[in-house]
Design a protein. Structure first.
Length: 272
């Protein structure tokens, strides 16, 4: 008798961030579950992947279904596959759930809406330290997923043009600096920051003829910029807490390296 492969379900979760400019704080959207398992617990938006869609398509679909809003940016982070993270009953079987996490960025004013799957929603502040003091205990392993995603956002600001995804289409250099200072919770030297910023090839470009609605201001008009691409680059500016975050980020890869360094090569006989 041929042994059956163990069953598993594929899921996605979206860690959607926004900057609250009134509070100058990075926030994440959480929903309170209105369904079992773990009913009434706060969680990250997400759900199961359909048989005919990619995880990327599923992440966007589930986020929109559960919140009524759409992120302006979406990027895959990593997969969580602990065999005990989420067990569901499917018929007579107990099936594990493997989830892929995504970072989302939201820049619009529209509020989320409640669905039959959620009884509440809230944008929770995500400080650079002691996140668990700012958010309630989350369902499944969403605490870890949130921590990993927030570290990834702060780290990516050092190596990519992610900052402009938190801004409208047209922005100033000062507004980009505001993104860094808000997410990192630091103060940066304006002259030094702007000098480094304008030396990153392919990221932003000065707008010579900005839209008319940006011109109606008294005094000297600001210089407007527009994102050209989100490049990867050598560390432009160091996050004061960057060493700690980079160490946490590298733990995952170190664990993979340790797991694979001793794996022997074996021959597998395949029956026809």
């Amino acid at each position: 008798m041929t042994e059956r492969y163990p069953l598993s379900l594929n899921a996605v979760n979206v860690v959607c961030f926004k900057i609250d400019w009134d509070e100058r704080a990075l926030k994440v959207l959480l929903i309170k579950r209105n369904i079992t398992p773990q009913k009434n617990k706060w969680s990250l938006p997400g759900g199961f992947v359909n048989v005919d869609e990619t995880v990327e398509d599923a992440a966007l679909r589930k986020f929109v279904e559960e919140t009524g809003i759409a992120p302006s940016y979406l990027s895959q982070v990593r997969t969580y596959s602990d065999s005990k993270r989420d067990i569901r009953e499917v018929g007579k079987d107990k099936v594990r759930v493997v989830t892929t996490s995504f970072i989302g960025v939201y820049t619009f004013d529209k509020d989320p809406v409640l669905t039959e799957d959620s009884s509440d929603y809230e944008w929770f502040k995500i400080p650079r330290k002691y996140i668990q003091r700012s958010v309630p205990p989350l369902a499944f392993d969403h605490d870890q997923i949130l921590l990993d995603a927030s570290n990834r956002v702060r780290r990516n600001l050092e190596f990519s043009g992610l900052a402009t995804r938190f801004l409208p289409d047209y922005f100033t250099l000062g507004q980009i600096q505001d993104v860094y200072e808000t997410i990192w919770e630091v103060e940066l030297d304006p002259a030094n920051f702007r000098d480094k910023l304008t030396n990153v090839d392919g990221w932003i470009r000065e707008v010579k003829n900005p839209p008319e609605d940006l011109k109606g201001r008294r005094g000297k008009p600001p210089t407007w910029y527009k994102e050209h691409d989100i490049p990867q680059f050598e560390r432009m500016i160091a996050n004061p807490d960057g060493a700690i975050i980079r160490e946490k980020e590298s733990e995952y890869q170190k664990n993979l390296d340790d797991m694979t360094s001793e794996i022997p090569i074996i021959n597998i006989a395949i029956e026809e």
